[in-house]
Design a protein around this ligand. Structure first.
Ligand SMILES: [Fe+2]
Ligand SMILES: [Fe+2]
Length: 170
């Protein structure tokens, strides 16, 4: 039935826009947090990984602005309680494990929680963009999704060595 279909499409449009605002807020929060994590990290490799991803995150923000443009909306964020909570936990780790050999393992765990959140959001948004026929948005979201996945894999590798360092010191 044509009317039902158009009503459901309208709903998905709104959901897409709302979720875009959520991840836009989250990316900006991550952009502000990564330099602090790079500063706190003990291993040079982990510092470098956080710095590299900070630069990528700048691109993620820019790509999201392009996606807003695709749907003719202004780039506006909406407070995302999930990312606020995840970054608060990261800040607690930095505070409580300062000087501990386990600090990097803790930072990695916090960073991976962030990446998994992003992977979840970008996966969803890409699916919805495709459903809505927003081909350009699909490409933009897919590019970022790929970088989040690569970052997650790189962090997993670093986590194995960080956990070893922490275990040896224990
Ligand atoms: Fe990102
Ligand atoms: Fe990320």
């Amino acid at each position: 039935m044509a009317t039902t279909k158009s009503a459901s499409k309208k709903g998905l449009n709104e959901l897409f826009h709302d979720t875009l605002k959520d991840i836009y807020f989250a990316e900006k929060k991550i952009l502000a947090t990564l330099p602090k994590m790079a500063k706190a990290a003990q291993s040079d490799d982990l510092k470098a990984a956080f710095e590299k991803h900070r630069d990528q995150t700048e691109e993620h923000v820019a790509r999201l602005e392009e996606v807003f443009d695709v749907i003719d909306k202004k780039p506006v964020g909406k407070t995302c309680a999930a990312i606020v909570g995840i970054t608060e936990e990261g800040a607690e780790i930095m505070e409580e494990y300062k000087g501990s050999p386990s600090l990097d393992a803790g930072l990695l765990a916090a960073a991976q929680a962030v990446e998994h959140y992003e992977i979840s959001r970008y996966g969803t948004l890409r699916t919805w963009a495709s459903e809505l026929g927003l081909t350009e948005a699909v490409n933009l979201l897919d590019k970022t999704l790929g970088e989040e996945k690569e970052t997650d894999a790189a962090l997993t590798e670093l986590a194995e060595s960080a956990v070893n360092v922490a275990a040896e010191a224990a």
